[in-house]
Design a protein around this ligand. Structure first.
Ligand code: NOJ
Length: 745
């Protein structure tokens, strides 16, 4: 199937800061040597050793060391991989057991969830997606890889490339939002960032595209819940970012916890074998999720552990994370003929292949002296600051309240997120440390240092959750003494991420009351949002003049926000996900299918709610700047193209304001008539440009069959003749539109 995912990726490669790598360059054995070596090794392995390679085991919680009971297994070659062992010394020590003691000396593969940074924490992936800049995602992943690899890790369980259209789902923070095209571009960028050209390099790690598949479609947004969707939707919406990750070279995949069509993803022959191996020719390894094979017993699709192990291996899982069902049951299952030896060999072959490609046989150990130099390096922090600023979205700025005027002398920083070092790191913080976090208050204070007469005061006001409003009077007092109040509100780190689903998208606790109370003082007020997901902020959007979406911005978030609030950086981020007005609108996403009754305010019998406007609070692709941009001269290279032809679309973007700034030019496609319903519009290209005041740039996009085509009712990829529209805009709403035709045969 010609995949609907992108073929070429816009990318501005930014050199990665690498420390002390001179003389360390190394790479994996040439591809041609890998297969014979895999086969030769496989031929020497006992069944027990083969099954051992399929096992991934966890460390001791909190100390992150190898568990005592696992030492013996490693020494006997009965473990293939560990997760969560941390630190070069601990990793080398565990590696020595396998490489020096086990019969075949097969090195262990050490993995960890390095999701948006190892020690220096970058903004969450959803935040980075707001940059609409694949170079940002690639650079952050590259630095995270360099830090992780310096500790001996060789595998990250990232990128998470699940499409998420339900902000109740806590893991929305870990992906790139709702759009398959943006998600595909960023998936590929992150894979390149983690793996580089060669995952064996000392500053790279293996990437893992997860969670295969439809994990983000959890019903009700409740984590681990059932996903119920058609093969058409799977292939059109959920598969493309995985395919893009694979095309970018992702060496590993992780299956998801959910069922698909009633079959758990951990034993789903359709997704694991038919699509991934037979159609896409993936030859890397697929790891289960944490005990997800065992969970088939709770799904009640497996009678017992043996049944679960049989189903998972036969369906195409190669490595079992943490539960030990392969180890316990495969010997007997093989004796009974329930698992063919070829299935076991294939799984082992995939694991060994990836270990060879990762250069582990040549370089099983890490140089312990490098860890301290690389992890947390100053240059990494500087990059995190730039990236966090680039990921910030300005949602509202009435009357040009921002940037903060140079004459402002007194600023009150208020709110439970204003000086909270924990939330910015998120639920997925790698080895990030709260003591490294620059909070908003700290960032603003250091920004005004040296501007002697500027005062920045702080009051918490209230907690993120809970009933107490005892802090309100002090917050009001400070606000009244200030010329500007900056109120930082949002969610704690635990309110998103894994198992962080919420039924409400409102600000928790008394935070909205705090905003209302400060706003009522009459002091000009800016709201800064720290959140893992879109929130419902209708009152704030209606009443507060300026709103900045910071997301969970990582270690350097406070400095980055100070840069943005003071105008040293002009914000240019755009939302990668729709902000609903109320939770009842969910799921709401820009690229919904056309219905027979498009919403009309004056017609009851159309597809809408009677108690809400049908548009969202903020649409996909939306974001403001301190300057203004205008688009003009939308030009198509042809009015008619052949089904296999290409069209060049160009549009001029001009900075018509008075300061330099960034705009993201977005190109949307609409197929006027097609044999199956297509989305009302689909993102087909985007480019973030930086322009001086008065500056103009012509942005060009190429549209070919991969964007014009779609899967028909028989799941065949087709480009159907007929009328199309392209719209060039600065969000998914509005813009300049032109039509063209795909000519018939
Ligand atoms: C469960 C999560 O779903 C997965 O994303 C993660 O990689 C594993 N735990 C390992 O921590």
């Amino acid at each position: 199937m010609p995949s609907p995912c992108l073929r070429s990726l816009p990318s501005r490669l930014v050199p990665l800061v690498l420390l002390g790598l001179a003389g360390l360059a190394r790479s994996a054995p040439p591809a041609r040597d890998v297969e014979p070596r895999v086969n030769e090794l496989l031929a020497r392995m006992t069944v027990e050793e083969k099954i051992g390679q399929l096992q991934q085991l966890d460390s001791v919680p909190n100390t992150w060391a190898i568990r005592d009971e696992h030492r013996d297994l490693a020494s006997r070659g009965l473990v293939g991989s560990f997760l969560n062992i941390r630190g070069a010394k601990a990793i080398n020590e565990a590696q020595r057991l396998a490489v020096e003691k086990s019969r075949l000396r097969i090195p262990l593969l050490f993995g960890f969830d390095v999701i948006h940074g190892y020690r220096v924490i970058f903004p969450t992936p959803l935040a980075e997606a707001s940059s609409w800049d694949p170079a940002v995602a690639e650079r952050a992943a590259g630095i995270a890889a360099a830090e992780a690899a310096s500790t001996g890790l060789k595998w990250t369980f990232a990128p998470m490339v699940d499409i998420a259209r339900d902000p109740r789902w806590g893991r929305i923070m870990e992906g790139s939002g709702e759009d398959p095209y943006l998600g595909s571009v960023l998936a590929a960028a992150r894979v390149r960032g983690f793996q580089g050209d060669d995952p064996a390099a000392p500053d790279r790690v293996l990437a893992c595209a997860k969670h295969w598949v439809a994990y983000g479609a959890a019903e009700g947004g409740r984590d681990y819940n059932t996903a119920e969707l058609s093969e058409h939707t799977l292939r059109t919406t959920y598969f493309p970012p995985f395919r893009a990750a694979l095309d970018a070279g992702a060496q590993t995949f992780m299956c998801s916890f959910n069922t698909i069509d009633g079959v758990p993803a951990s034993a789903n022959p359709f997704t694991l074998t038919k699509v991934l191996r037979d159609e896409w020719h993936f030859d890397g390894l697929l790891v289960s999720d944490y005990e997800s094979i065992k969970e088939m017993i709770a799904h009640r699709t497996a009678a017992d552990g043996a049944d679960a192990a049989r189903q998972a291996l036969n369906a195409g899982v190669d490595m079992e994370m943490v539960s030990r069902l392969f180890a316990e049951h495969l010997p007997k299952l093989m004796e009974q003929g329930k698992v063919p030896p070829a299935k076991l060999d294939e799984a082992v072959r995939r694991i060994l292949r990836v270990k060879f490609r990762a250069g582990l046989f040549e370089h099983p150990y890490v140089d312990e002296s490098r860890e301290a130099k690389v992890v947390g390096a100053r240059e990494h922090r500087a990059a995190a600051r730039e990236i966090a600023a680039r990921s910030t979205v300005l949602l509202k700025n009435d009357g040009g309240l921002l940037p903060i005027k140079p004459a402002t002398r007194a600023i009150a920083v208020i709110g439970p997120l204003a000086d909270d070092p924990d939330a910015p790191l998120s639920h997925w913080r790698g080895d990030g440390r709260v003591e490294d976090t620059v909070t908003l208050f700290a960032g603003l204070r250091s920004k005004v240092q040296g501007r002697g007469d500027v005062q920045v005061t702080y009051a918490k006001g209230c907690d993120i959750e809970g009933d107490s409003v005892d802090g309100f009077p002090e917050a009001v007092r400070l606000a009244r003494q200030a010329e500007l109040a900056i109120v930082a509100v949002g969610e704690s780190s635990a309110m998103s991420g894994e198992a962080g689903s919420r039924s409400s998208l409102d600000l928790p606790g008394h935070q909205l009351n705090l905003v209302k109370t400060i706003q009522a003082t009459g002091v000009p007020t800016v709201v800064v949002l720290y959140n893992g997901r879109p929130l419902t902020i209708g009152w704030i959007a209606d009443h507060v003049p300026a709103i900045v979406e910071a997301w969970l911005p990582g270690t350097e978030g406070g400095n980055a926000l100070a840069d943005v609030l003071f105008g040293d950086v002009n914000p240019g981020g755009k939302l990668p996900v729709t902000f609903p007005r109320t939770v009842g609108q969910v799921p709401i996403y820009y690229n919904a299918l056309s219905t027979g009754r498009p919403a009309k305010a004056d017609n009851r019998y159309t597809s809408k709610y009677i108690d809400l406007p049908s548009d969202p609070q903020f649409p996909f692709g939306y974001g403001l700047s301190y300057t203004r941009f205008e688009l003009s001269s939308l030009t198509l290279s042809a009015k008619s193209i052949a089904p296999d032809g290409k069209l060049t679309v160009s549009v001029d973007v001009k900075n018509v304001g008075d300061r330099p700034g960034d705009e993201v030019v977005q190109l949307y496609l609409r197929d006027e008539v097609s044999s199956v319903a297509r989305p009302v519009k689909e993102l087909a290209g985007f480019r973030r440009v930086t322009l001086p005041p008065g500056g103009t740039q012509t942005v060009r996009f190429e549209l070919g069959p991969d964007r014009l085509g779609f899967l028909d009712a028989n799941l065949r990829f087709v480009v159907e003749p007929g009328q199309f529209q392209v719209t060039a805009g600065t969000s998914s709403v509005g813009g300049l539109t032109e039509g063209f035709e795909v000519a018939g045969p």
